[in-house]
Design a protein around this ligand. Structure first.
Ligand SMILES: *[C@@H]1O[C@H](CO)[C@@H](O)[C@H](O)[C@H]1NC(C)=O
Ligand SMILES: [Mn+2]
Length: 364
């Protein structure tokens, strides 16, 4: 009897427990679906937002690199912004080392320079991989028969320019033939040929092949005013030889260069063309800017005077007449023949035939 009673009670308890379990389960299921539904609603909102970002309206073309920051893309939701735009390079590059040891006594081979600069692309081109450079710079080197200088120049300059975080290309402007050398006319031709190679250079730096900066804080880029970089050369006892000196290494933006009608074409032989360029800058209301002389230091590779580059005896009278000549003589009147363009691993070789000096008028 008591056994039976006990059995019935046990059965009731079990049923109650079972019912409670069922109830619990139902509540959990309801709650689960509720949360899940909220999630669903959230994700559908999320997805529609990110796909709206991925599809700009047809006539709103955003400039490159200004993509609005949005949620990280859902797989398959969009395909147009998979690559994050690079941040702009810092105004002052963080990896500079300052004063450098420059010497030209240890032998230098092109193979070694190539081996030590694997980041440089064919034609002597480079852009920083980790930031968006502020300027794109064409470096133009007037050239003839100075291969051993070029090896040192490339050896020192490629690593310096990389640390300076600019996009750059190295162009050797090689004068064809053996007629009298003409540095400024070569540079005019280089300006046009560089732009034919890549149309978007902001800045042009004109460097002699035998000048190597001794400090990487001397930034190879363009400034508000035309720039003179080689302010303190060892051959001038690390001093500016005179206030209007603009020789060695200089840099002009594209618009600064065009404003002065480029460089003179009529300075054959050594000297004077840099003073003419200085005059063009002043006469057009600009002012040369320079780095501090403690930073603008240079070593020059010692050399004999080249053949066919004798001092130009007309240079003193010519620089008196810049004001009269600069409008007709310059990039607007340039004539030359392109002979050959060759892309080497560390530089682009552009050979141009710029002709020869006009015959001296007979004295009467
Ligand atoms: C550039 O090319 C010219 C013409 O082929 C050649 O004579 C000269 O040696 C080359 N110079 C350099 C530095 O590559
Ligand atoms: Mn020299």
């Amino acid at each position: 009897m008591t056994r039976l009673l006990l059995g019935v009670t046990l059965e009731r308890v079990c049923k109650a427990v079972l019912l409670l379990c069922l109830l619990h389960f139902v509540i959990i299921v309801i709650l689960y679906f509720d949360v899940y539904a909220q999630h669903l609603a959230f994700f559908s909102r999320f997805n529609s937002r990110s796909s709206a970002l991925a599809q700009p309206s047809p006539n709103a073309s955003r400039p490159h690199g200004t993509e609005a920051p949005g949620p990280s893309p859902q797989p398959g939701a969009n395909h147009s912004s998979t690559q994050q735009p690079l941040p702009p390079c810092q105004e002052v590059p963080p990896g500079l080392v300052g004063r450098l040891l420059i010497e030209f006594s240890s032998p230098m081979s092109m193979e070694r320079v190539q081996r030590e600069n694997p980041e440089v692309r064919a034609g002597g081109k480079y852009a920083p991989p980790d930031c968006q450079p502020r300027q794109k710079v064409a470096i133009l080197i007037p050239f003839r028969h100075r291969e051993h200088h070029l090896r040192y120049w490339l050896h020192y300059l490629h690593p310096i320019l990389r640390r300076q975080k600019v996009a750059y290309s190295i162009y050797i402007i090689n004068q064809y033939g053996e007629d009298t050398f003409n540095r400024a006319k070569l540079l005019n031709a280089g300006f046009l040929e560089a732009l034919r190679d890549e149309a978007d250079y902001d800045c042009f730096i004109f460097s002699d092949v035998d000048l190597v900066p001794m400090d990487d804080r001397n930034l190879y880029r363009c400034y508000e005013q035309p720039r003179h970089f080689a302010v303190a050369m060892d051959k001038f006892s690390f001093r500016l030889p005179y206030a209007g000196y603009f020789g060695g290494v200089s840099g002009l933006s594209r618009s600064q260069f065009l404003k002065i009608n480029g460089f003179p074409n009529e300075y054959w032989g050594w000297g004077g063309e840099d003073d003419d360029i200085f005059n063009r800058i002043s006469l057009n209301g600009m002012k040369v800017s320079r780095p501090d002389s403690r930073i603008g230091r240079y070593r020059m590779i010692k050399h004999e005077r080249d053949k066919h580059n004798e001092p130009n005896p007309q240079r003193f009278t010519k620089i008196q007449n810049t004001k009269a000549t600069m409008k007709r003589d310059g990039i607007s009147s340039l004539q030359y023949q392109l002979v050959e363009v060759t892309r080497w691993p560390l530089y682009t070789n552009i050979t141009v035939d710029i002709g020869k000096p006009p015959p001296r008028p007979a004295r009467g």
